[in-house]
Design a protein around this ligand. Sequence first.
Ligand code: HEM
Length: 401
Amino acid sequence: MDINLVDKDVYARDGAPHDQFRWLRANAPVYLHEGEPDRGWPPFWAVTRHADVVHVSRRSDLFSSSRRLALFDEMPEEQRELQRLMMLNQDPPEHTRRRSLVNRGFTPRMIGALEQHIRDICHQLLDEVTGLPTVDFVRDIAAPLPLYVICELLGAPVEDRDKIFNWSNQMIGADDPEYSSGPSAGQAAAAEVYAYANALAAERRERPREDLATRLLLPDVTGETLDENEFDLFVLLLVVAGNETTRNAASGGMLAFFEHPEQWRRLLADRALAAPAADEIVRWVSPVNLFRRTATADTVIGEQEVRENDKVVVFYGSANRDEDVFADPEVFDIGRTPNPQIGFGGGGAHFCLGNHLARMELRVLFEVLAERLPRLAQAGPARRLRSNFINGIKELPVTLT
Ligand code: HEM
């Protein structure tokens, strides 16, 4: 089989290349994938089985995150520098200190306290589109929800939401003219978010509140605290990591329900299924397709030897359809239990900080949709994002009644 896991046209047309993934899992689960040497992009080991993705994710001593996580190094130098400073791109022990400081804001209790706010936001978004003949599910529901939730989490005032939403779109789609006016607009927006976070922190230091921002700025039990720069970078990471991922999970989940109407009917009959449905949606969609690591020593993945400095790319979308782990992996089943999906990462140091929050957003959204819009229907084709990194949907027209 011809293998090309980087061709963005394939992702834009079909979503993830599941035929190739299936073939690789069966025939070459750790596969040496071509790079593009004339553009300075090295070859990489494509890791497609669940067990191997988990292994690479958990062994951050052997597979470093600090040498650029995306497939190829397409970004300008200044942007790369900014990325380097973010927790996502750091290894222990540097990473460990920051992660333990931010974990305090994401305990199940802190996140649980947000449920009613999330429900209110879902109702408000639906109120705004009620009565319209067709709406774009992405623009009107899936995109604003996670961004408004992050604003709520930070305690940003409601009147700032549109501004932050706009910055986040500029950053997310820096190479997509439909979202953004270009990479420099993306960088300018990142600088705005950074400055916004800085001002927010100054405000909270002066007038502490019951919100995540205040909590993260306070010293922990050992007296450690995030410094100003670390706080600002963390807010920037939240806006990037918590936003597009959840947006695409919600839109991809909606599309999955349209393509499997019997699962929608199951949800309407039993809204308690919204909880397992959230995990099944993350498995099915795998909104983050891949992350890259760099081997820190000669080692093995499965039966394959890899060398120090080799690039290793884990494909979550493939691991989430591994027939050794999931019965009928090609079936979208909202009642699937157990569901050891690894769309939030394969475990280990970088496992998604926002996983409880994202699950709650998806559960509440689909509970509210099932309650208020049982006749929701697709009104036109979905348009997919042209990206091999994010499995995204740009537009999904729907009718509400
Ligand atoms: C990390 C997926 C939602 C914040 C990650 C990773 C993945 C991921 C694959 C990397 C895991 C690894 O390298 O092992 C997702 C998906 C989401 C989602 C699929 C939605 C369905 C969120 C939300 C937030 C968030 C809502 C916060 C509001 C983060 C952060 C990291 C991260 C801060 C970096 C953690 C670290 O480096 O220690 N996420 N995520 N994510 N995610 Fe999420």
